[in-house]
Structure formats: C-alpha cells, structure tokens
Design a protein around this ligand. Structure first.
Ligand code: DSN
Length: 449
C-alpha cells in the first residue's frame, strides 16, 4: 500500500520536473554534504526518516493551541503527533513537562526570559567570547538589550569560572542565571549553578543545546532537576529538525511568585500565545521521530563514540604539538588554538580546510586578541563523524590530515593565505576518500571517481 510512500517519492520527481534549477542546486548541496567531512559542532546529518517527516503535508495544518485545546478544526491527527513528541521528550530527558512548539532554541530562550522577567531585569550568562551563546545576554542580541546583562567567563585552565559567576550574582542580584554553552568542551556543573541561583533568589535556565544527546544517553549529567527550566534545540546532537524544546523537571508545578501560575502553565502560555503563533507541525512530527531515535541503544552507542572521537582527536592533536584549549574534551567539542600552533588565524584555517573538504568554524578562545570575524581558534565537533561510523582508531588520521593542511598554508596576514593547488587537490581527495569510506547513513553510497 502506501499513499504516503508514493507521495514522498513523487514529490522529489515533481520538484525535478517543475523546477529543475532549484533541483540542481539541491543536488549540488547533497553532493557537497556527502563528499565532505562536516566537523561543525552545531550541525549533524538528519536521518532520512526525520527529513521525511519534515517534508510531509503535516505542514498544511494551522494548529494554534495545544493537543485537545486548539483554536482551529482539523487537528485530530496533529494532536496525536504533538502528544507523541511531548511524551517522547519527557521520557528522553526525564522531564515532567515538555513543550515541543518552540521554532528554535533561540525562541525557546526568549520565551523563557520574557515570561519570567520584565524588560530591564538583570540576567547573568556566559560571555559569548568564553563560549556562551548570543541569547544568553550578548549585547549583539535581544537578550543583552532587553535585559541588563553581565557575563562570566572561563578560568585559565579552561573550566567555567563558577567563582566569577557567583561573585557577579551576589553583586548584581540577577533575576535569571543562564548556564549552557556553545564552545565549551568540559562538563557543566548544574548543581553548582543551582546553588548560586538559590543563594541570590534567581531563576536558573540551562540551555543544553550542544549536549542534549549526551544528556539523554547519560554521557553528561542531566540539568532537568537542577535548573528551573531547560531548553535545547533539536538539530545539533539530536539529529532532528531545526527546532527547540522547553523542558521542566521537579520545579514544573512550583508557583511563580509574581504571576500566580505554575511554571508549566507559564511556559505553555509563554510559547503560545505570548511568543509564537501557530506551531510548525511538520517540525513537531520530525521532533517526535528524532526523539524516538534518541532513546535507542544505537543512539546511546553513538553518544559514547562522540566522546571517544573527541578524546581521540585531543590525543592525536597533542601528540603533534597542537594546543588544545581547556586541555581536553568531555563532549563533542575539541577547540584548538590554530594561531599559536600553526601561525594562521581561525578564519584562514576555516577557509583552507573548507577548500580541502573539511568543514569547521573559526572560534574565539580565552584571551583571544583577534576579532570574532578572525579568531585564533577553530572549533571541531564530532557529531557528524560519529553518525558516519568513524571510530576512535580513525582520529589520528583525521587529526593528521587537518595538521598537514594547516602546515601547508602560507598566511600573508590575518585573512589572506596561499595554498598550493596540487597539495589542495590531494588533500581534498583524502577528505573525499574518508567521506566515501564512511557514508552518511541513509544518504546513499557515492563511489570514488
Ligand atoms: N549556536 C551556534 C553554534 O553553536 O554554532 C549556531 O547554532
């Protein structure tokens, strides 16, 4: 049978027929993805079954409200999709409440902040430069402008400076403390942050976006009962659609003092109608699928391997004299100081590696003297390598290839460089060879030219 299967197959054929230019563009992006090594820590390949959910006609439904309480008719099945996603999110994270409607983790964070705080209230979060996120109080985003924000950093040993966070909290009496990071390779001590928040009567928001998969698999401590609210995106380490979740643990039913509603009610209203209108239903279906996958033994094994790959890279880099920021990795992130090691800036390293089929992003590191557009470091993530089936035994080869490329670069200044064309082509062949040896599951096997 299946009308749905026919629909999905015909949809791609139809696209090719009716819009060949766009189809060709998509084809080229597909080839780029399967033939390069994506080491950007904030991305990962979605399983085709997740992509299939995103591509369904569930997106045709307008469904303001929540399961059983919609403002529109026609939501019988949508209610089932959303309830399944909620149930799976709760089970995966051990949560008492899950809201699966946030369009992104950014909107999830903004929802939490604007629901609990008033404009002008004080927040404390990790500095962007130290590995925090735009939405944690950066002056470049709404969070650092709508609210008065102060940022904590990291200590010289690369660990979060909890003492500084506590001192800032005592001095500024924030209404909210944000913990969670985007470029931090070590374990986050949620209990310590909660103790700081309790000491000054602040809310604690844990944004676990980068490590959500490790949390589900028990490879990183769970924030759910330490933070008042936990947020995450669903596309980085959950291999799901671009989207967000708001999760509550043991504080779900506490009454929010100045609002006289429970935290879970406040979050429900905060997402809809306060911060968003109708949910993106096909994304919710895809979240349900990704969360289903995240509770399998295969996923747990992949999460274990993510950390093994990072540690394998750290060991191989250190063996070659590369300075690894924070002295190691407990998660999917390996931050390397390319300026002091190879005498090239982060932006040059990013561009040269991309020319050779390895995709990373430049990243500022503690004490960086370069601007955010130049940077002294590179952030490497192992989510995609783990999905492709790489093992720790492959990491010396990957680290070696990265080192050889960066050693071959001749930097003229912070941004300009030269890379011999023959060497570049040989490096690109090596990366492509690795990508083809470990194809993205479900994306088809491409053969060497
Ligand atoms: N937060 C940014 C990152 O970690 O790359 C984008 O999601």
């Amino acid at each position: 049978m299946s009308d749905l299967s026919d629909f999905a197959r015909d949809a791609v054929d139809r696209l090719e027929q009716v819009d060949p230019d766009l189809f060709d563009m998509l084809q080229r992006e597909y080839e780029r993805q399967v033939d390069t090594l994506a080491l950007v820590a904030s991305c990962s390949p979605e399983d085709p079954s997740v992509l299939a959910c995103e591509g369904t006609f569930a997106s045709n439904v307008t469904a303001e409200g929540y399961p059983g309480r919609r403002y529109h008719a026609g939501c019988r099945h949508v209610d089932e999709f959303e309830q399944l996603a909620i149930d799976r999110a709760k089970a995966a994270f051990g949560a008492r409440y899950a809201n699966v409607q946030p369009h992104t983790a950014t909107t999830a964070n903004q929802t939490v902040m604007t629901s609990l705080l008033d404009a002008g209230d004080t927040i404390i979060g990790m500095d962007l430069d130290a590995g925090g996120h735009l939405t944690h109080g950066s002056k470049a985003s709404l969070s650092g402008n709508y609210f008065t924000s102060y940022g904590y950093g990291i200590r010289p040993d690369g660990q979060i400076d909890y003492e500084q966070a506590e001192a800032l909290a005592i001095e500024h009496k924030p209404k909210l403390i944000v913990c969670g990071t985007t470029a931090y390779p070590r374990v986050i001590d949620w209990a310590r942050f909660r103790a700081i928040a309790d000491k000054v009567g602040a809310w604690l928001l844990a944004d676990i976006t980068h490590i959500a998969g490790l949390v589900i698999a028990g490879e990183h401590p769970n924030s759910i009962d330490h933070a008042h609210v936990t947020t995450t995106c669903t596309h980085k380490q959950l291999y799901g659609p671009r989207g967000g979740l708001i999760l509550l643990g043991k504080d779900a039913e506490m009454v929010v003092p100045d609002k006289n509603v429970t935290l879970e009610k406040l979050m429900g209203k905060g997402v809809f109608p306060w911060f968003q209108g109708a949910p993106i239903v096909n994304k919710i279906v895809a979240k349900a699928r990704a969360l289903g996958m995240a509770m399998t033994p295969e996923f747990r094994e992949r999460m274990k391997r993510i950390v093994e790959l990072s540690r394998g890279l750290v060991a191989a880099f250190e063996e070659r004299g590369v300075r690894v920021v924070a002295g190691g990795s407990d998660n999917h992130i390996v931050l390397i100081d390319v300026l002091s090691t190879f005498d090239v800036t982060g932006i040059i390293a990013q561009k040269a590696l991309e020319e050779c089929g390895i995709i990373v992003n430049k990243n500022r590191i503690a004490g960086d003297t370069k601007s955010i557009f130049v940077s002294s470091g590179v952030r490497i993530g192992t989510n995609s390598l783990a999905a492709r089936g790489f093992t720790a035994a492959d990491m010396p080869g990957v680290a070696d290839l990265i080192c050889r490329i960066l050693e071959a670069v001749e930097a003229d200044d912070d941004r300009d460089y030269a890379l011999d064309a023959a060497a570049r082509d040989a490096f690109a062949d090596e990366s492509r060879g690795l990508a083809r040896r470990y194809p993205i599951p479900g994306y088809g096997q491409r053969v060497a030219h």
